[in-house]
Ligand binder design. Structure first.
Ligand SMILES: [Zn+2]
Ligand SMILES: [Zn+2]
Length: 459
């Protein structure tokens, strides 16, 4: 914490759009030794045609704060690029992210954060804190787990550095202006499997945090992502083995129960809303064709736009399981996992983030259009049910806000894109907007009040 504090700037500081781009981006990262960097900056300038394009005076009222955020993030751009590439080259699966944990925590400590390693019972989770007061606490999440076989095909290497960049931007402003606030960067493992955030939430990691936000690279720019809520059930049927030829009548066929389940879930799909999903497999269907199976193991995942819909689907699936057991004479045991909830996007936070992205040349599709794009599921959803939050997706494939349908997440092509310099530039652009959204929560009490009001109304 610096003892030299600057007075909090008072707006407005309206300037021309291109001026802002020159000022904000002229010192942008030169970390990539590639010509594309200049092209990226040129494109960003061209995107903003005239002052009337965006309401700059309102947007950049906190101009000096934005400048502080920008400068703090750009200063570490080369270092973050290096971290992003190292993570990309060394993809680690859920709960095995030991190198990522070490790399990120060492770096954050070196930048003056107080770091708690192996946090909240998880060996690869961490919390990095900066600021001198918990009057307002801004939480940010970094993910860093990869996918089996295809590495960082979900771009979590970029999510990791987006969180670090955002936290560094917030720390700079808090310290420069002596704000009564703190930033907490949560290193959250295992998003792709069982949800490290859910474990951390259960152990109180987010207690006292006012808002929690994160970013996710994608093939589109979306502030209102329609992540599906989900839950997964493990199903076991217990029957009685017998010789399939000599005495089939003595057996109780557990595979029949598994097949009835599979079939009836298929029939149930006819009456489901198109936005809902149920999918599953039979993992163990018996040991040999000449033995009536006495045991089967299946798993099914149900998903829907809202968690309340998932709860309804779960009851229907349970009726099917019990019905299959009754029909075959088997005994059934089933256990639901830990649900991922949908994302409750906090509207004031989303609008604020959007306005800072607009100011950096990005135009979004309508909210309705954004919400119509169904996506996967994330443990961030559970956090947004516990405290106000947003989970914007940013396009790592182009700067214009256009969807790129040529490649989706979880593909090798996307993994390749997550290592390119364009992805790095768009990551930092989004991180600056997220940091400014956090700054607004700190400096504007009325804004934070509206964020909390919205959260209470949403629940
Ligand atoms: Zn992901
Ligand atoms: Zn993913």
């Amino acid at each position: 914490m610096s003892s030299e504090k600057s007075p909090l700037p008072q707006g407005p500081h309206a300037s021309g759009c291109l001026d802002i781009f020159k000022r904000i981006f002229s010192s942008s990262s030169k970390s990539d030794n590639v010509a594309s960097h200049e092209r990226v900056l040129e494109t960003m300038s061209q995107l903003c045609v005239s002052d009337s394009d965006v309401k700059l005076s309102a947007l950049w009222e906190q101009d000096d704060l934005a400048k502080s955020v920008h400068e703090a993030i750009e200063k570490v751009s080369a270092e973050l690029r290096d971290i992003g590439l190292k993570l990309h080259a060394d993809p680690e699966l859920s709960y095995q992210e030991f190198h990522a944990h070490a790399l990120l925590t060492d770096y954050l400590e070196g930048k003056g954060f107080q770091v708690q390693r192996k946090a909240y019972t998880l060996d690869t989770a961490f919390v990095a804190r900066a600021g001198n007061s918990d009057k307002v606490t801004i939480g940010i999440c970094s993910e860093y787990d990869a996918l089996p076989g295809i590495g960082h095909a979900c771009g979590h290497n970029l999510i990791a550095i987006s969180g670090v960049a955002t936290a560094i931007g917030l720390k700079a402003v808090i310290e420069k202006y002596g704000l009564e606030a703190e930033v907490k960067l949560f290193g959250t493992p295992a998003e792709e499997t069982t949800g490290g955030k859910i474990v951390m939430l259960k152990h109180g990691a987010f207690d006292g945090v006012d808002v929690c936000m994160m970013l996710h690279g994608a093939n589109a720019d979306v502030v209102y992502p329609a992540f599906l809520a989900l839950d997964t059930v493990t199903v076991e049927f217990f029957g009685k083995a017998s010789h399939a030829s000599a005495s089939p009548w003595e057996g109780i066929n557990a595979l029949d129960a598994a097949v009835l389940t599979y079939t009836n879930i298929g029939l149930m799909r006819q009456q489901m809303h198109p936005s809902q999903r149920v999918h599953g497999i039979i993992k163990d269907g018996g040991k040999a064709a000449n033995i009536i199976p006495d045991y089967t193991l299946s798993t099914y995942t149900v998903r829907a736009p809202k968690y309340t819909e998932v709860e309804v689907l779960k009851k229907k699936v349970e009726r099917i399981l019990k019905g299959a057991a009754a029909a075959t004479g088997c005994r059934v045991e089933f256990e639901w996992g830990v649900p991922y909830k949908d994302i409750l996007t906090n509207d004031p936070l989303a609008k604020k983030f959007e306005s800072y992205m607009n100011a950096q040349g990005l135009k979004y599709a309508s909210k309705q259009e954004q919400l119509s794009k169904l996506s996967g599921s994330t443990d961030m959803g559970n956090l947004t049910y516990a405290l106000p939050g947003i989970h914007p997706m940013f396009n790592i494939l182009n700067l214009h806000g256009e969807d790129d349908k040529s490649m989706g997440l979880h593909t090798t092509a996307f993994a390749h894109a997550a290592a390119q310099s364009l992805g790095h530039v768009t990551t930092l652009r989004a991180a600056k907007s997220l940091a400014m959204t956090g700054v607004e929560c700190i400096v504007d009490k009325e804004f934070l009040k509206s964020v909390k009001q919205e959260f209470n109304d949403q629940k």
